[in-house]
Design a protein around this ligand. Structure first.
Ligand code: BGC
Length: 708
């Protein structure tokens, strides 16, 4: 307990005192219903997804893990509340590093108040496949944006003395067949895309843990993949923390341990008795076990969970709600605004038609292990029955109808659920403005078949738009959606799954109390046909668990037969694909409108030690606003890269008429390519072109320089 010693030294002192069975007890969880046998010791669990027993003799506390992607999961089961922030993809749309820190800090505080000392959030899989049902849990399609954002979330979280975790390492980019799929991808592509997001996130934050994913990568399960775990994560990146398997992602004892897996969740199918026996028989050396244990203990010391353990308290959701609303307001993207349809003028508008499923009571959230139980329960269930269960569609009780009525106090605001298009159209026809709330639900454990809106919503929107030229569409989606009606409506707002205070945030945007500033962290393509994989690869029957099997975990642990996905688009993830393939898109990466306008001028480039760009940004409109100015680089032709990549950005607040000089320094890593022969990063010599502007497809400033 000598805090003057380093975390590594303190961990060493503890390891020296431990018996083998104490060591093994730290290397696995205590089970989970349906996923693995439950240990009698699980009674000490706080009710979260993971529980690792304490070693009281040595003063080592239990690790109480809770899922916490956009807020603490499962509070309802414990009779508690937690704040639901806007989903992770939404937070990435803010491009705001301070907001990301605040996002993590809020989750950290609420975890502690509920007695947890480890978070299982930090999803940062790149959106290679935007129909992935977990796209809302991740941070978009760009490794630098996603990596920087997750780094800040982890910093904010760990500053609360909670162990952070980044997941799912790696390339678990679709849910279909996740326990069986073998992802085939070349090394350079994975290092420069999916793995780079993790590399940056870890470099920025020293997150305590990395969760390895369910899938196989180039032949080996991610949780027993020596290349991913030992060679890249632990050696190349010098990661000091520990690797825990996703829930049932462990498939062996000796192989996984040697490859670099430190901890099995949720139970001890392999890392209990079997691992202990392997040590006793000499198959697994004690030094390997000591390294696993050391990594867990040093992370506990470094993060402060031993010196400052959590105490259960009252969750301050009032403060949480304020933070959630502020971040939602920074995350909502204005995609279209013809003839300044928005903001609505509350003093002029006389009649408003609010149309769309449940827009009278709530806004949608994403499901699965990320699901937060909203205070008040599921808005679409009878009072008192607001239970959340696996893959139930949960609508947070934040009512767009009420929030709009609260703004337009002198207007007649009427609601129609849109289930009968004819009656919705009749209402829209009589209104000054029609606001259609459209949704696309998604969750862990499923993928979307298509990016089209479900339940005839495209048709509903088109019909409403033909009845009312002042139609505004508000989207509640976790992934991009296609919009065959885009040219027919006056305005489009992407609200994502906006969290506990979503409706208030949306109303503030619609009525101009908040000037939108968010930009897309993911491309909205015109159609599924434009995606790198027009159809999602589905698993054959034998690669999924048998629904009749009462203990499916056994077959999963043993290993379901693999099926293959080839990520042969390689480096071309997201906008890099559309750029390289010269495809038109619906709304490009980095795009988002404001109620004011900005101009970019006077680019100067200084290639000293690091490249530095400075330019002038002016608010040319009549409202204050924040502009996210983006910098992209085109690498020398010899690098054989996609046309350009994001290498920096700055979010700048400007009053009407105000100008600021913006300076952005470019991290050399962001300009580098991964050289497989040398097994390292390399800055290719040659001419680099830098492009600056408001979105990936609108880059008015340009300058080039020779590097090396
Ligand atoms: C998910 C993880 C989650 C874990 C524990 C798994 O199904 O993939 O993201 O942390 O369950 O709930």
């Amino acid at each position: 307990m000598n805090t003057a010693l380093s975390p590594d030294r303190r961990a060493d002192l503890v390891v020296k005192e431990m018996t083998l069975s104490e060591k093994i007890s730290l290397l696995h969880g205590t089970g989970m219903e349906g996923l693995s046998p439950i240990s009698p010791l699980a009674t000490g669990s706080n009710g979260g997804a993971g529980y690792v027993v304490a070693i009281p003799r040595l003063g080592i506390p239990a690790i109480q893990m809770s899922d916490a992607a956009y807020g603490v999961r499962h509070s309802g089961d414990n009779g508690r509340y937690s704040t639901a922030l806007p989903d992770d993809l939404a937070s990435a749309a803010s491009w705001d590093l301070d907001a990301a820190y605040e996002y993590g800090a809020l989750i950290g505080r609420e975890l502690r108040d509920q007695g947890y000392n480890m978070s299982l959030g930090g999803g940062v899989n790149l959106a290679r496949e935007p129909r992935d049902g977990r796209t809302f849990e991740y941070l978009g399609e760009d490794p630098i944006l996603a990596g920087k954002m997750v780094g800040q979330v982890m910093k904010g979280l760990q500053a609360q003395h909670v162990l952070g975790d980044i997941k799912h390492y790696a390339l678990n980019d679709q849910e279909s067949g996740r326990n069986a799929v073998n992802v085939n991808i070349d090394k350079r592509s994975m290092r420069e895309s999916d793995l780079l997001a993790f590399e940056i996130g870890l470099r920025e934050s020293n997150a305590a843990a990395v969760m390895c994913s369910y899938n196989r990568v180039n032949g080996d399960y991610a949780c027993e993949n020596k290349y991913l775990l030992n060679d890249v994560l632990k050696k190349a990146w010098n990661f000091k923390g520990f690797v825990l398997s996703d829930w049932q992602g462990t498939h062996s004892a000796a192989k996984a341990s040697a490859a670099g897996l430190d901890h099995e969740e949720p139970g001890e199918v392999f890392f209990g008795e079997e691992l202990e026996k392997a040590v006793k028989s000499g198959t697994v050396p004690m030094s390997e076990i000591d390294d696993h244990v050391h990594r867990i203990l040093r992370s506990m010391f470094a993060t402060g969970v031993i010196d400052d353990p959590p105490h259960r308290g009252v969750v301050d959701i009032m403060r949480g709600f304020e933070v959630a609303q502020r971040i939602a307001e920074q995350s909502i993207v204005l995609l279209k605004n013809d003839r300044s349809q928005l903001p609505l003028d509350a003093s002029h508008v006389r009649t408003i038609a609010v149309i769309g499923a449940h827009a009278d009571v709530g806004m949608l959230s994403g499901g699965g292990s990320a699901q937060v139980d909203p205070p008040g329960g599921n808005a679409i269930m009878p009072p008192g029955q607001g239970r959340t269960f696996w893959q139930a569609h949960i609508w947070f009780p934040t009512s767009p109808l009420k929030a709009i009525r609260a703004k337009a106090t002198s207007a007649k605001v009427q609601y129609n659920p849109g289930t009968d298009a004819a009656s919705a159209v009749a209402l829209a026809r009589t209104a000054d403005v029609a606001i259609v709330f459209a949704h696309q639900w998604e969750s862990e454990g499923m993928d979307l078949d298509t990016l089209s809106l479900p339940e005839n919503q495209d048709d509903l929107i088109a019909q409403v738009a033909s009845a009312n030229p002042h139609t505004v569409v508000v989207l509640e989606t976790g992934s991009p959606v296609t919009m065959p009606w885009a040219s027919q409506v006056a305005a489009i707002v992407e609200a994502w799954y906006p969290g506990t205070r979503g409706a208030e945030a949306v109303a503030n945007i619609l009525f101009g109390d908040v000037n939108p500033s968010a930009k897309l962290p993911i491309t909205f393509p015109k159609s599924d046909a434009d995606l790198p994989h027009p159809a999602l690869v589905k698993p054959p029957k034998q690669s999924t668990s048998d629904p009749a099997d009462p203990e499916p975990w056994r077959a999963i642990a043993k290993g379901l037969p693999a099926f293959q996905i080839g990520y042969d688009e390689g480096l071309k993830v997201g906008y890099k694909w559309y750029d390289a393939e010269k495809k038109e898109v619906l709304f490009p990466f980095g795009y988002g409108l404001s109620y004011t306008t900005y101009s970019y001028s006077d680019l100067k480039l200084n290639s000293g030690k690091n490249v530095q760009l400075s330019f002038r940004l002016t608010n040319t409109g009549s409202r204050s606003g924040s502009e996210i100015a983006e910098v992209y680089a085109a690498l020398p032709a010899s690098a054989a890269e996609p046309p350009k990549r994001l290498v920096g950005w700055s979010k700048v607040k400007l009053d009407p008429g105000e100008s600021k000089n913006v300076t952005i320094e470019i991290d050399p890593l962001y300009l580098s390519i991964f050289d497989v022969n040398k097994d390292g990063w390399e800055l290719p010599a040659g001419e680099y072109t830098f492009l600056v502007g408001p979105s990936s497809r609108n880059l008015p400033l340009k300058a080039a320089t020779q590097l090396q």
